[in-house]
Design a protein. Structure first.
Length: 203
């Protein structure tokens, strides 16, 4: 791990820009703003359930991109990946199916800002797959995000869950780490459909 990555924001974004160019590097956030926000609003006409209401409240919070929980804004994005996951080649083991809640736990964890970040790192097992650590006074008031990899904290440039997730996805390419098995279908869907990165680059 390069030391400057631990105290300089935005280096992951710059690295992916050099690897794939501006069009690929900005694709996800551009498509989300142009297309998917409208699709989320269309969900208002569906039969309302407590779970749907919770997801819509998070997804439609456009001003601050915060919600009752830091992972909530990612729930709807993960649902897309679950429904339209990349088909598995014949003979290859299918990834284990997990619930939305379990998937979010693989993506993002919350840490109260009044506690030391070292406490969180000491409680981890040195995950080889990166995940987001959201910090703030409460889950409704997240002030910053970090990418956690091998007990290292890499500060995210973005303070929104969408932007932080974009950086998390890109970190797999920058650090040459494989996708979490439980999230492989989601990541491959995003890679090929939104970022338009050939699947051969991660095989």
């Amino acid at each position: 791990m390069f030391p400057h990555l631990l105290n300089t924001k935005g280096l992951i974004l710059q690295a992916l820009l050099l690897m794939f160019g501006m069009e690929t590097a900005s694709k996800f956030l551009e498509i989300w703003n142009m297309s998917f926000k409208g699709k989320i609003r269309e969900a208002k006409v569906l039969i309302e359930t407590p779970l749907l209401k919770k997801h819509l409240k998070s997804a439609l919070n456009e001003e601050s991109d915060t919600a009752d929980e830091p992972g909530n804004g990612l729930h709807n994005r993960h649902k897309v990946g679950q429904r339209h996951g990349t088909p598995q080649p014949a003979g290859r083991k299918r990834p284990k199916k997990i619930s939305i809640g379990e998937a979010i736990d693989h993506l993002v964890k919350f840490h109260k800002s009044c506690h030391s970040l070292e406490d969180h790192l000491m409680s981890t097992e040195g995950n080889t797959q990166p995940y987001l650590l959201a910090t703030g006074t409460s889950k409704a008031q997240v002030s910053s995000f970090y990418i956690v990899l091998d007990r290292n904290l890499i500060p995210c440039q973005s303070c929104t869950s969408l932007g932080a997730f974009d950086e998390l996805f890109k970190s797999h390419f920058v650090f040459s780490v494989k996708y979490d098995d439980a999230l492989s279908s989601l990541y491959k869907f995003l890679q090929t459909t939104l970022y338009i990165i050939d699947i051969g680059t991660t095989e």
